[in-house]
Design a protein around this ligand. Sequence first.
Ligand code: MG
Length: 387
Amino acid sequence: MCDDRISPELRPLAPSIAVSDADHDLLAQRDQPESTHLYRTPFVRDCGRILHARAFRRLAGKTQVFTRNQMENDHSRSRLTHTLEVAQIARTIASALGLNAHLAEALALVHDIGHPPFGHAGERALDAALVPHGMRFDHNLHALRIVTSFEERHAGFRGLNLTLGVREGIIKHSRDYSAAEHPELSAYFLDQLPPVEAQLIDLADEIAYLTADLEDGMEAGILDLKIVRAELACFDRAYRSAEEKYPSAAERLLRNDALKTILNSLVTDLMSEVSRRVETNGIHTLSQVRSARGRLAAFSADRQEDRGTLRRFLYHYLYESTELEVEHKRGAEIICTLFAHWIADPEQLPADHAARAAKEGAARAVTDYIAGMTDSYIEQAWSRFQR
Ligand code: MG
């Protein structure tokens, strides 16, 4: 896992595999036609629209792993800083492979925009609360609703009016939806795989959080360096090699060096594996990417195993640790209680959300209201509720 050499076969892919940046391309189309920009491509404009969206700014107040109550230092990732790290990784991979780096960047910037407060505990709680109403919570579909409807920044239309390519990537970056179950998504080529730029995002996300959560976990004192070294052979190898190179360096710096090696090697492996799959499947065009037998963005078999080990380690020692569980349970309880409260009496919602509840049903309106909240906003609602 910690082999940091760049594969000699690593070359940019054929330009015809990348999503085109041309204004007339199908994936650059918007629901509301707009004039061509003098010097910004459609996907560059989408990056700007996402960066300037209110939902993007709220990511600063949403839990990645540690809630605000658990942050004993100011350095743990929020969902915003995590997002920026994913964008940096996705942009690097896409440009090294000769793909459309601006599309990859836009998709990375938007990939977590649909997450509710309190991280994955909040997402699970909201999903469980919806089941009795015959619905589920899906952060990708919620993200699509944010960018197509909830954001109000333009006089001429609702939403951000993003390109078709970005909207397709929002729903397909981490999973595939069946056309039979989701007829409302029929515009997004559900019978086809997404472009490689979109396929990369889920893996860039994993590379970012697996390494960052190890760092934040150690920084918070929940993960013990000795246990990390004993359980993760790849980390231990990278740490030892950093120690040999810098024998007098502080433990924290050696730790960071090891994490950097792991991150780098995962990125390199992903790029090599994409190239390998493109070559062995004889892929030369975007339409061949779309009709390929499986996704082309993946880790090699060896790294896939290492990645599994790393994930299991983090679940066991960090995500499901007693230290984090207390806050997860508290977050879930806040979401469930407020959800039930507003469902029982939607008139207690702010006026615009109450109006939506009357029109679209309370379950939908309450979910959208809660999902949009930052951790501190829902904490304030919780305090008012308890009074
Ligand atoms: Mg993420």
